[in-house]
Each structure stands twice: as structure tokens, then as C-alpha cells.
Design a protein around this ligand. Structure first.
Ligand code: NAI
Length: 335
């Protein structure tokens, strides 16, 4: 593929709206060609100034000759079917996480992509585009902490209009951190145990805070703290302990202000601010990879494995015990 990529965006809410904006203003080799949202006004607001076409049917957008590749940023439950349609049309897609909401669909996507023999799907597990996370990975790769022994992640969320269930927190939110553990330790999750706590015993399906502990296949250990409402804003970071040192994501770069007997530093309100740079780098890298047909970034296989770990975590909450994470053989496409 040469020239400027014509990108179609499905779902133009917070995340899709940001991707559309970044395609328009931050990616030289791509342009926003088409938009679809069930909220037609929202779609028109995004499409109009960019001169993009508005579709009322997501499958028609995917099939359209006006669109080279697709960003899927509609709600989680829609991802699987739309990703399938992209595969069937031979179109690259940046599929927001999670790849799907059930494991059978995720497995079928991996199987179909492997059959086609082309990596067309990239999953929006975007920590690897965040400068703070990348700096941690580079320190590990330079051998500065020796052999990584333990991953610790924290993912503190702002409140949602509809409070998520514990399973949704795992599948929608913690998938990012499960991915970070696999990526930074370069290892797979073999067992997961989730313990949680709530201030509302009548909603035991909505744990306020979950502590996920994991055994990695290669012997390292990992933990993730994830909650549904931090009470103060949004915060994500990682810390890796190694045989000879430790590395932690740098704190964010807002100033520390001393005033009236207090020391204070602001916290980002949400992911769109915390990961603003990462979202730009993600679509820049994706569009270049698509143009060169040289896929990079988190694969459908990553999407499958992180979903498998998240759903196994949900089983652990129900059973109250550590549960082995089933891992099928890695298809050669993802070697
Ligand atoms: P949102 O609620 O702000 O936006 C969703 C949009 O999709 C809305 O405009 C809605 O009208 C539209 N929509 C609903 N059903 C649709 C359908 N069947 N077809 C097309 N459009 C439809 O939600 P948000 O936060 O933008 O999340 C969208 C996706 O992005 C989710 O899958 C979420 O998990 C993911 N996400 C990823 C993040 C990341 O860091 N990678 C951060 C936030 C969200």
C-alpha cells in the first residue's frame, strides 16, 4: 500500500473521538475517511470538519472501497464481530481492547487470522507506546536490574457513570496491566488469583478494589492492584524488581506546588490525559506498519491471552482459589 491511508473509525466516543482527532492532526500518512457511530450526531460532528463520510452501518464502512483500514472503538461487546468483518475483507484494524468479551470469539479470531496467514489485527493494548512504560522496558533490556523477578502494577480508575462489575474491571481495565506483565517480563501468565474487597457487601459482584496475583510460566511473580473508583483520579504505573535492582515508571510531570502549609501535585483525571502521548504514538506506529504491511504492536494472540487471564481471574473471584490459565499452543503466525 502506498500514499495516504484512508482510515474508518467505528465508535466516536471518548476513545474513538481521540483516535479520529489523532489521525487527523498527528498522523501524516493517514487521513480520516469515514466514521460510524450509532449516535449519528456524534458521528457527524467528528466527520464534518474532516470531510469524512458518515456511515450508518459499521459493516458497510468496513466493506467500503473508501476505507483502507479501520479503527474499532465501539463498546467492548461489538469488537469481536467487527474484527471478524475486517478479516473477511482483508483489512487491517486497530481493535480497541478487549479483542472480544468471550474467549470462544477471541480464539476464533486468532484461528481465522492464522488461516489467512496475515497479521491484520492490532489490539489497543497501548502501554508499549507510553514513554514511561517504554523507559522501564529499555532499562530491563539493558540489563540494569538483572533478571526480572517480580512485576507490580497499579491501575487506579476514576468513577464510571455505571459502576462496572468485578468481571468488567478485569476484562475492560486490568487487561492492560495483564499485558504489561507479559510484555515487561517477556513471559506468560500460568496461574492467577484475585482477592477483592468492597465497602458494599450487598454488591459483592462490584469489588471496589482487586488484588490480582500471578505466577508466570518462567518462575517470576506478579501483582496488580486495580479498582473501580480511586476517589482521586487516574493513575497507572509499574515497578519491576530484578535480581540486581528495581525500576519504576517515572511519576507524571506536573509540578509539585508548596503553598499555604501544603505540598500538592495534581493527578490526571482519566486515561485520555494520562496516555495522551501513547495514543498518538500508537496510531502513528499502526498506520506506518499498515502502509508497509509490516505489522507490529500487540497482536490478536496478545488480545486472546490477556482476555484468557482476565476471565480466569473472574473465575478465581468466584471460586476463591488460584486458577491455572489455559494456554493453547502459539500459532506460528505469532512466533
Ligand atoms: P464511549 O462510551 O465514550 O464511546 C463509545 C461510542 O460508541 C459512543 O459514541 C457510542 O454511541 C458508540 N456506539 C455504541 N454502540 C455502537 C455500535 N454498535 N456501533 C458503533 N458505535 C457504537 O466509550 P469509550 O471510552 O470511547 O470506549 C470505547 C472503546 O474503547 C471500548 O471498547 C473501551 O474498552 C476502549 N477504550 C480503550 C482505552 C485504551 O486505553 N486503549 C481507553 C478507553 C476506552
Amino acid at each position: 500500500m502506498t500514499g495516504q491511508l484512508r482510515v474508518g473509525v467505528i465508535g466516536t466516543g471518548g476513545m474513538g473521538g481521540r483516535h479520529a482527532h489523532n489521525i487527523r492532526y498527528q498522523v501524516a500518512n493517514a487521513r480520516l475517511a469515514a466514521v460510524m457511530d450509532v449516535d449519528a450526531d456524534r458521528a457527524a460532528d467528528i466527520a464534518g470538519p474532516a470531510g469524512a463520510d458518515v456511515f450508518t452501518d459499521s459493516l458497510e464502512l468496513i466493506a467500503s472501497d473508501l476505507v483502507d483500514c479501520v479503527i474499532i472503538a465501539s463498546p467492548d461487546a461489538t469488537h469481536g464481530d467487527l474484527a471478524f468483518a475486517c478479516l473477511e475483507h482483508g483489512k487491517h484494524a486497530l481493535v480497541e481492547k478487549p479483542l472480544a468479551t468471550d474467549l470462544d470469539t477471541a480464539a476464533a479470531l486468532v484461528e481465522r487470522e492464522a488461516q489467512l496467514g496475515r497479521r491484520l489485527l492490532q489490539v489497543g493494548l497501548m502501554r508499549r507506546y507510553d514513554p514511561q512504560h517504554v523507559a522501564v522496558k529499555e532499562a530491563i533490556d539493558r540489563g540494569e536490574i538483572g533478571r526480572p523477578l517480580m512485576f507490580r502494577g497499579w491501575h487506579r480508575n476514576p468513577p464510571e457513570a455505571t459502576p462496572p462489575t468485578s468481571k468488567e474491571v478485569l476484562v475492560n481495565s486490568a487487561v492492560h496491566d495483564l499485558y504489561s506483565a507479559r510484555w515487561l517480563l517477556e513471559d506468560e501468565i500460568s496461574e492467577i488469583y484475585v482477592r477483592g474487597t468492597t465497602i458494599n457487601p450487598e454488591r459483592s459482584d462490584q469489588l471496589d478494589l482487586q488484588l490480582i496475583t500471578m505466577a508466570m510460566a518462567g518462575g517470576a511473580i506478579a501483582s496488580i492492584e486495580v479498582n473501580k473508583d480511586s476517589g482521586f483520579g487516574y493513575e497507572v504505573g509499574v515497578e519491576i524488581s530484578g535480581s540486581h535492582g528495581m525500576v519504576t515508571t517515572a511519576p507524571h510531570d506536573t509540578p509539585v506546588v508548596r503553598q499555604d502549609g501544603h505540598i500538592r501535585q495534581s493527578v490526571e483525571p482519566d486515561w485520555l490525559e494520562r496516555f495522551a502521548v501513547a495514543y498518538v504514538r500508537e496510531v502513528q506506529a499502526w498506520s506506518t506498519a499498515v502502509l508497509e504491511d509490516r505489522p507490529e504492536g500487540p497482536t490478536a494472540w496478545d488480545g486472546y491471552l490477556t482476555l484468557a487471564a482476565a476471565l480466569t481471574g473472574a473465575t478465581s473471584i468466584q471460586t476463591g482459589v488460584p486458577v491455572k490459565v489455559d494456554r493453547p499452543a502459539r500459532p506460528t503466525l505469532y512466533a
